[in-house]
Design a protein around this ligand. Structure first.
Ligand SMILES: [Zn+2]
Length: 277
């Protein structure tokens, strides 16, 4: 259940490009979560595959008949990069042949927390870049506190890979401009709804061209801090995406419907999906 004050229908269809719906917190009420997302005017979502279990479970979910069209990604999160080996590479490659699996990732570099060594992270990321180049699938990238290395590696691969999105971008201006110079897409979450740590993003989001911006919840993480009602359990969910779209619209000085239309068109083009509108 969402409190009434949080039920908000987007004036135009939205696509959540990053939802971790295989997270255990969604196990009990997934059908309700999907129903609420449909009521909020979400027409599609891309489920994030971050390890063997979530790649499998996400791909499986895309097969179901659901009120919102589901797609998924297949990759290894940099936190788990130490586990990357040939067997996992084959598993990811095999998963990428599934019709519901639309991107390579999430993959990338995260130096914020040293769950895997930077050397392991670069090795695993390189393998994902190679898979994306070979399969021509778009890339779903994760980067935290590693902008410089990320840019270096992407520059080397730019001519070989297709479209790529830096999901949940939280970096600085220089890094953002570096990504835009490489013609990357940028994913924005509820991070920028946080007046304390998201202030720089509220200013930077204005600099992202219309045709390069996509939006995501990254649920169950990153619950927006400015919601008009408290949420028991503080679990973020796709039905709350319209609040993020509204905040971005406010920062950019445009209407909510404009943000919905452009981000949805971008997601459809990027992932090659045709969500009903
Ligand atoms: Zn991520």
């Amino acid at each position: 259940m969402l409190p009434d004050a949080l039920c908000f229908q987007s004036p135009a269809p939205l696509i959540d490009i990053g939802a971790n719906l295989t997270h255990e917190s969604f196990q009990k009420d997934l059908d309700d979560v999907l129903e609420r997302a449909a009521q909020a005017n979400l027409t599609a979502m891309v489920l994030t595959g971050t390890d063997r279990a979530s790649i499998d479970a996400s791909a499986e979910m895309t097969r179901r008949d659901t009120p919102v069209a589901l797609y998924s990604t297949a990759g290894l999160h940099p936190h788990h990069a130490g586990d990357f080996d040939d067997s996992l590479r084959h598993f990811i490659e095999e998963s990428l042949t599934h019709p519901g699996v639309v991107a390579v990732g999430e993959c990338g570099l995260d130096y914020h927390r040293d769950f895997s060594s930077p050397a392991d992270q670069r090795r695993a990321f390189e393998a994902h870049l190679e898979m994306a180049a070979r399969t021509r699938k778009p890339l779903f990238l994760h980067e935290r506190d590693a902008g410089s290395d990320m840019l270096d590696m992407l520059r080397q691969w730019r001519d070989d890979i297709g479209p790529a999105v830096v999901h949940c971008f939280t970096g600085d201006k220089q890094t953002l401009y570096g990504y835009l110079d490489l013609d990357l897409y940028i994913g924005q979450t509820g991070w920028l709804c946080d007046e304390r740590r998201g202030q720089h993003l509220r200013e930077l989001v204005v600099d992202i061209p219309d045709h390069r911006l996509m939006i995501e919840t990254d649920c169950p993480y990153l619950l927006p801090r400015n919601l008009p009602a408290k949420l028991k359990g503080r679990r973020h969910e796709p039905a709350l995406l319209p609040w993020i779209a509204r905040e971005i619209a406010l920062c950019r000085g445009v209407g909510e419907a404009d943000i919905a239309r452009s981000t949805t068109a971008n997601a459809q083009r990027f992932f090659g999906i045709s969500a009903a509108t």
